[in-house]
Design a protein around this ligand. Structure first.
Ligand SMILES: Cc1ncc(COP(=O)(O)O)c(C=O)c1O
Length: 393
């Protein structure tokens, strides 16, 4: 049987709202929403405006419960372990304020974390006297076991929390979450996982993964509308996560909802809820388009592109070239360049949308491959970098 090429099974970019003129290789930053899912999002906005009182007071609780149930089934957890948040940043901001950190407590993390998360941890450490420890994890990575040991060597008697990305942002690498959470559990350390990029790049089973707390974005790889994300808190920890970021009617609720945990966080005053309600539509969209095959095709594209880029730019790969290290995104080191000028020129001259940035002082480019990308997009990236990199070194 003929093996599938990376263009077989590609779904048409016209199913998305993306500008057809742009070679869009940055799904990782803010996702992209299919037309059909976006229509459902607008449908919920219209439903609200038709009869705002009925919608917000009488329909929303049941609609949110249903959306949460569908998301829970998709993520391998129960609906009452989940709260919708507009983004992982907000979710983690709530979590850090509930940890009861004391002077000297340590949050162990890595130097691969997302900047907004680093800032949130530094903020809470300033308030409480706790310490945010970022273990250096130098590249290249070679084995998951070694990576676990590198992180774990930062554990001390004061470590209260282990925080890491399931898939890192700048380096686009998958961290061995299951093993790290297992170790944390054995050591009595609370594990908090930033899964912003993991949702829909990989199949998740949150109850099996074993994280105490996990946040994920639905507006990235699940292709839901912007402003849809979730926080998972395992049942045993929910009583410690009851301080809402925004106090509203769910606090001292007159009518009890599914749990105190959900009551305290769900209602944050009048706000836009349509993105949350469209999450089930995003899940259905992917299920109807055989997403497992899309993921495999995109990984193949990422893997080939990574090899070609490393060869062309004469760089070393930052990890082995296997799906346990990266999935639909790949980060490649660049020779010393003006990264801002290069990113601008890629867009202005070639209409290639892709992030070029520095991580730990080294310039990188990160390519994202989603169901609407194909070989032509990868070829255009290579051709444009081949022409532009020498100009900006
Ligand atoms: C690893 C990681 N965590 C968290 C976030 C935060 O996402 P948001 O801005 O949606 O809160 C991002 C966004 O790119 C990310 O890459």
């Amino acid at each position: 049987m003929k093996s599938l090429s990376v263009n077989d099974l590609k779904i048409s970019k016209s199913l998305f709202l993306l500008d057809p003129e742009v070679t869009f290789l940055n799904h990782g930053s803010f996702g992209a929403c299919p037309k059909r899912v976006f229509e459902r999002y607008q449908y919920w906005q219209l439903e609200m405006e038709k009869q705002p009182v009925k919608f917000l007071q009488r329909r929303v609780p049941e609609l949110l419960d249903k959306a949460r149930a569908k998301l829970g089934k998709y993520l391998g957890c129960s609906a009452d372990e989940l709260i919708f948040f507009p983004n992982p940043t907000t979710a983690i901001n709530m979590v850090v304020r509930n940890l009861d950190l004391k002077p000297g407590d340590e949050i162990l993390s890595t130097d691969h974390e997302y900047g907004a998360m680093d800032r949130t941890w530094r903020f809470i450490c300033k308030e409480t006297g706790a310490r945010y420890i970022q273990q250096p994890i130098p590249l290249p990575l070679t084995s998951p076991e070694e990576l676990v040991e590198q992180i774990w060597s930062g554990v001390t008697a004061n470590t209260k929390v282990l925080f890491f990305s399931h898939i890192t942002s700048a380096t686009a690498l998958t961290f061995p979450a299951e093993e790290l959470c297992k170790r944390a559990k054995e050591a009595g350390i609370t594990s908090i996982v930033d899964g912003a990029h993991a949702v829909a790049q990989m199949e998740l089973n949150l109850d099996e993964l074993g994280a105490d707390i996990y946040t994920g974005a639905c507006h990235k790889w699940l292709c839901a509308p912007k402003g849809s994300a979730f926080l998972y808190v395992c049942k045993e920890l929910q009583d410690q996560m009851l301080k809402p970021l925004v106090v509203s009617w769910g606090y001292e609720a007159e009518e009890l909802g599914p749990s105190l945990f959900i009551d305290h966080h769900d209602w944050q005053g009048t706000r836009e809820l349509a993105a949350f309600l469209a999450v089930p539509d995003a899940i259905e969209f992917q299920q109807q388009h055989d997403w497992q095959s899309q993921r495999e095709r995109c990984h193949k594209l990422a893997s080939n592109t990574r090899n070609r880029l490393n060869e062309m730019l004469q760089q070393n790969p930052i990890s082995p070239n296997t799906p346990d290290w990266f999935l639909q995104m790949c980060a490649v080191q660049l020779p010393e360049v003006d990264e801002v000028a290069l990113q601008t020129a890629l867009y202005d001259r070639f209409k290639v949308e892709i992030p070029v940035y520095r991580w730990q002082g080294t310039p990188f480019v990160r390519a994202s491959f989603q169901a609407y990308n194909d070989q032509k997009d990868a070829d255009r990236l290579l051709a444009s970098l081949e022409e532009l990199v020498p100009k900006f070194v």
